[in-house]
Design a protein around this ligand. Sequence first.
Ligand code: UN1
Length: 494
Amino acid sequence: MHILNFIGGEWVSAAGGKTFQSFNPADTRQIVATVALSGTEDVDRATAAARKAFPAWRGMPAPRRGEILFRAGELLSREKGRLGELVTREMGKVSAEGLGDVQEAIDIAFYMAGEGRRLQGETVPSELPGKDCKSLRAPLGVVALITPWNFPIAIPAWKIFPALICGNTVILKPSSDTPACAAALVELLEKAGIPPGVVNLVHGSGEMAGEYLTTHPEVNAVSFTGSSIVGEKLEGMLGKIHRPMATEMGGKNAIIIMDDADLTLALEGVLWGGFGTTGQRCTAASRLVIHEKIYDRFVEMLAEAAARLRLGDGLEEDTDVGPIINERQQQKVLEYIRTGVSEGARLVTGGKPVTTGACAHGYFIEPTVFADVTPTMRIAREEIFGPVVSAIKCADLDEAISIVNDVGYGLSSAIYSRDVNKTARAEHDLETGIVYVNASTIGAEIQLPFGGWKHSGSGHPEAGGRGGAIDFYSRVKVVYRDFSGKLQRAQIDK
Ligand code: UN1
C-alpha cells in the first residue's frame, strides 16, 4: 500500500520524494504501507491549503457541515470491518478492539454532526432597556492535530469532527507508526464530501513535520495527544507564542479494590484495564490499590488469570493480548520491568519478552504483575504504557485515596466496592478527570468531556462533547446590541 499526503483535496507525494514504512507489530516482516515522508515544504503547502479553504467552510451553515459529518459516519459504519482489520494490522490491538476503535469514530461523527444544529451560545438579559446580550461560537481558524498510534482511527476522529463542526479547517499529522489508518479515515472524509483543503493530511516524524507544523504562523490552535515529554515541550513552545492548545498526555491510573468488592468483577476489570490494548492506553489501569484483607487472595487470582492470557496476532480469534507497537516501546517497557525488580517489587507473573511461536516476529511482552509495590517506587509513579500492573497494599479507603492521588498524573481512576458511601467518597475525592465506579479505568464515552488533571493534560478537555471538544474548537464572541437609540452606559445608567 502506498500512502500519500492529502493536501488541498489532492493525494500527493512528499515534496522531497522521500518515504518511510509502517509495519505490522505482530509480524514485522509484513510491511503495511510505504508512506510519504514530509518536510517543511509539505507543511507549508498544507497550511496554505487549509487557510484558503477556511472562509468558505466557516461560511457554510453548521447544520450543512453536520450533514457531511453524517455521511462520514455512515461511510465509517459501512467500512467498519475493513478499517477495524487495518487497525489490528497496523497497530496490533486485537480484532474486537480494532472494531471498537472504528466504532468510537462512528459515534463521534454522529454526535458532532448533530451538534451542527446546536452549537449553543448564551442569551441573557441586559441590565439596560433596549439592549440584547448574547454569546456566539466562532471557529479558531486553521488547527493542527497531532495524534498518537494507540487509537489510530478514534483519536484523529475525536479531533477532526469537533474541529470541523465548529467551522475550522484542519491539518492532521498522525503518528508515523499508524499512517495507513489515518489515510483510510481521510479517504472516507473525502468520499463524504468534505471540500478540498478543509481536511489535510501530512505524514512524517514529529521532529520533521510535527514541530514545524504546530509553531507555523498559519496555524491558529493545536491539539496534541501523546507522550508527556513531547506534550510538555509543545506547551513551552506554544505558550511563548500564545497559541491555544490542548494536550492529552500520560496517566498513572489506579483501581482501588476494597475488601467488600465483588472480586470476580474486579478481576475482570483489572484484566481489561491493565492488559486491554496491551496496556497501551493513556487510561490503562497500571496501579491496583488493594485492601490488605483481600490483598494476597486477589494478587493470586490476578497472577493466575494474567498467566492464562494468550499472546499473538490480534487477527487470530483466540488472541487475548496483541503486541507492543514498536521496538523502542518494547525496550522501554522491559526497562521498567527491570526497574521494578531492582526496586524490590515482587514479580508474580510475566516480565519477559516472548519470541517464539506466534510471537516470533513481533514485539511481545508477557502480561506482567508486580506485587509488594510501594507508592514511592518508580513503577508506581511513572507511566509505563505496556502490559504491566503494580499491586499496592492499603489499610483503608483514606489511605487508598491518598495513594491514588499522590502521583503527578490525574487522568482516570476506579473503585470496586459494594458500599455506596465508600464509592461516593471516592467519586468526590479522587483527583482525576474521570472516575469509574465498579468498572475499569478505560472506556470513556464521547458524549462527555475527556481529559486529565495535573500532568495528564493542559487542564482543558479537548475531546468528548460540550464542555470538552466544542469548547476547545470554538472561541466565544460576546455581542451587545443596543437598540434603544440613545447612549446607555453600563453600570452607570441602570
Ligand atoms: C487514550 O488511551 O489515549 O477511555 C484514549 C478510553 C478510550 C480512549 C483512550 N475511549 O479508554
